[in-house]
Design a protein around this ligand. Structure first.
Ligand SMILES: NC(=O)C1=CN([C@@H]2O[C@H](COP(=O)(O)OP(=O)(O)OC[C@H]3O[C@@H](n4cnc5c(N)ncnc54)[C@H](O)[C@@H]3O)[C@@H](O)[C@H]2O)C=CC1
Ligand SMILES: CC(=O)C(=O)O
Length: 405
């Protein structure tokens, strides 16, 4: 009702994103409410219940709660906003900052802005660039039906108290360059960016994207000093998307029916898990010959280079920004998605003190779980070898930092 009425545009804007989310998640919410029926709950006493415990028991749907939170309808928020009748609507949405307004950053900002339930701040060192791109995106709002705010900035004041910060700042590959060639330049850039991000948003979750990905995640993690659930990186979702695309093309089936996971570092020795790849629940090994699978695995490993060679300048950004947006959405909506993410490992998969791509559960707290699956000796060896390549880059960074004092 509130989303459909047109008498109060502010109220309509405020409720339309929430109405969309409620409709999209209706089945899940209903199931969660049904599942909670008939279960005993502790509310801290019958005559004098504990307010917090009672409120929690009365709201058993995690999905509904997440939508309320994202829409700004949690009780403390409602209490806070009630006196300010004329407060602008955009201050009540989640806030996402994207650092780097180049190809990946700008496309990511565009996708998140278009979702409609997060305000976006786009930051870049190039004067007027983030301001110009974000104004252009803002002006797409009336056509796309998004009232979310998007602003550009060359500084970090505007990013204050972001929930999620995506770091894409850095230089990208050109033909003939490997991701590793970007190492020390991007290390300096991501260190400087992280210090500013942490200063203005000490409670945020950072999603690093800059290449070489795993080494940059390690650098951002060490620079930020956040707990490991609040710093991770995007690469595996992109590599997996490429792998799924090639399998779907080969079999002439929907990409939606291809389930897969690519682990390891975002480099030539990434680890597509063929044994865990299914097409409509059928193991891919039942549908394709070993030769065809091997060639798809190799094309996946070369996927970034294939795009660089075609573009001639710069690297991929449409699929990367889609992958980032999926991970950001998993956090904003507390979706608990199981996706490959580059996380700091503390002994999982036999890897300690290093950021590498593994299956993770992503929700409102960032990386809520490192999911450990069983690997064959061969798969484990491939993951170790990929981790060793990441470790080499991390060592180069450590030496450079030590030399710089
Ligand atoms: N993890 C992954 O799967 C992927 C990673 N990447 C990486 O993402 C990064 C960005 O790629 P593109 O957007 O294509 O590059 P781009 O060159 O189009 O954009 C980079 C932007 O960063 C800005 N920048 C540089 N230093 C900055 C600083 N200190 N503060 C703020 N902004 C700064 C530049 O001005 C530029 O606008 C590259 O390192 C690229 O290799 C790209 C695609 C996929
Ligand atoms: C740029 C990059 O890392 C990729 O396209 O895979």
């Amino acid at each position: 009702m509130l989303a459909k009425q047109t008498q109060d545009p502010e109220l309509q804007a405020r409720f339309s994103g929430v109405a969309r989310q409620l409709a999209d998640n209706e089945d899940k919410i209903v199931q969660e409410l049904i599942d909670a029926q008939g279960q005993p709950v502790d509310i801290g006493g019958y005559y004098h219940p504990n307010d917090e415990m009672a409120a929690k028991a009365m709201r058993p749907s995690a999905t509904l709660n997440a939508i309320r939170r994202v829409g700004g309808f949690s009780r403390p928020t409602l209490r806070r906003i009630r006196p300010y009748k004329h407060r602008s609507t955009h201050q009540m949405r989640s806030k996402v900052t994207v650092v780097g307004a180049g190809n990946v950053g700008a496309t990511t900002a565009q996708r998140i802005h278009q979702l409609g339930y997060a305000d976006v701040v786009l930051v870049d060192v190039v004067e007027d660039l983030p301001q110009g791109k974000s104004l252009d995106m803002l002006e797409s709002g009336p056509v796309l039906g998004t009232d979310a705010m998007i602003t550009g900035s060359n500084g970090y004041e505007a990013t204050a108290d972001s929930e999620v910060v995506v770091i894409t700042a850095g230089i990208a590959r050109r033909p003939g360059m490997s991701r590793d060639d970007l190492l020390l330049t991007n290390m300096r850039i991501t260190s400087a960016v992280t210090e500013e991000v942490v200063r203005y948003s000490p409670d945020c979750i950072i999603l690093a994207v800059t290449n070489p990905l795993d080494a940059m995640v390690q650098n951002v993690y060490e620079t930020a000093g956040f707990p490991r659930n609040r710093v991770f990186g995007m690469a595996g979702v992109l590599d997996t998307a490429r792998y799924r695309t090639f399998i779907a093309q080969e079999l002439d089936v929907s990409v939606e029916d291809v389930q897969a996971m690519v682990l390891g570092g975002h480099g030539d020795d990434m680890v597509p898990l063929v044994r865990y790849t299914t097409v409509g629940s059928i193991p891919v090994t039942e549908l394709l010959s070993k030769d065809r699978i091997d060639s798809i695995v190799q094309r996946t490993r070369d996927g970034g280079g294939e795009i660089v060679a075609l573009l001639k300048q710069g690297s991929a950004f449409y699929a990367p920004s889609a992958a980032i947006t999926q991970m950001v959405e998993a956090m904003l909506l507390d979706k608990k998605r199981i996706l490959p993410g580059c996380a700091y490992l503390e002994g999982e998969y036999g890897i300690n003190g290093l950021c590498v791509g593994v299956p993770v559960k992503i929700g409102a707290k960032g990386v809520e779980q490192i999911v450990e699956i069983s690997l064959t000796d061969e798969e484990q060896a491939a993951l170790q070898s990929s981790a060793a390549s990441v470790q080499e880059l991390v060592d180069v960074m450590s030496n450079a930092k030590a030399e710089a004092g």
